[in-house]
Ligand binder design. Structure first.
Ligand code: HEC
Ligand code: HEC
Length: 201
């Protein structure tokens, strides 16, 4: 009886320590993120349109993307180079660090409101006619994403969102979920959606 209780406690504790490693350590992640600052910003808010912001991303997503870059399944010359020396623990720590930061909201100009409204309609309601699901179902009504697999889109550079939808559409970035959805979106719809998502708060 006592032995059985001991085994149960031991396996529960082993389970906890596995979870702790997978969840990562944000402070350790901050130290490991020094090589990322030049492109992704000191706190994960990128000041350069060419590089995505990472702050406030859903826990689990950044670690998963780093592993995909390392294996080359997500092909990007810069990020494939950056990830070669990262261990699974490094990726978990970096994930925890960026997930703990806050993304700076983004505003859009008055001249862009009409286009953003087109994006809003698709984001919130999809299109039955075009067989496009509401993006909101998976990325959240405010674009905050759903841990651990569905990324935050709110506050991101619109140019980055647009590029990703285009590479999902072309198949260059493989995704069983986003591939077929992006395939059915026109470049105009992609432009409108990217603008709208970037301004979600
Ligand atoms: C020289 C610039 C540069 C450096 C340094 C850099 N990155 Fe990147 N990173 C990029 C670019 C460019 C992309 C966009 C890749 C694409 O289009 O697929 C990117 C994309 C990413 C993504 C994917 C984001 C998403 O929303 O899918 C993650 C995660 C990431 N970087 C993490 C890191 C981490 C962690 C480091 C440091 C270990 C780092 N990067 C260092 C340029 C850089
Ligand atoms: C069924 C769930 C689902 C729906 C619906 C969905 N997405 Fe996604 N989206 C995902 C997942 C999951 C990913 C991460 C890529 C992967 O794992 O395949 C993603 C990735 C993305 C990315 C890349 C973000 C980044 O940081 O790299 C963008 C942009 C995006 N989706 C936009 C949209 C838009 C616009 C719509 C609506 C037209 C939409 N998504 C509908 C689940 C969904």
């Amino acid at each position: 009886m006592n032995r059985l209780v001991f085994i149960i406690i031991a396996s529960v504790m082993a389970g906890f320590s596995t979870v702790a490693v997978a969840a990562g350590d944000a402070a350790a992640g901050q130290a490991k993120a020094q090589t990322c600052v030049a492109c992704h910003g000191a706190d994960g808010n990128s000041a350069n349109v060419g590089f995505p912001s990472l702050a406030g991303q859903v826990p689990g997503y950044i670690g998963a993307q780093l592993a995909l870059f390392k294996s080359g399944q997500r092909a990007n010359p810069i990020m494939m180079g950056m990830t070669q020396s990262l261990s699974a623990a490094d990726m978990a720590d970096l994930d925890a660090w960026y997930a703990s930061k806050t993304i700076t909201p983004r505003a859009i100009g008055d001249d862009q409101l009409a286009l953003a409204h087109e994006g809003e309609a698709l984001y919130r309601g999809g299109s039955a006619q075009l067989a496009i699901p509401a993006c909101m179902a998976c990325h959240g009504p405010a674009g905050h994403g759903i841990p651990s697999t569905n990324p935050r889109v709110a506050g991101q550079w619109p140019e980055y969102l647009e590029t990703q939808l285009l590479v999902f559409k072309s198949g260059e970035r493989a995704s069983k979920i986003m591939g077929p959805i992006a395939h059915r979106l026109s470049t105009h719809q992609i432009n409108a959606l990217s603008l709208y998502m970037s301004a979600l708060q």
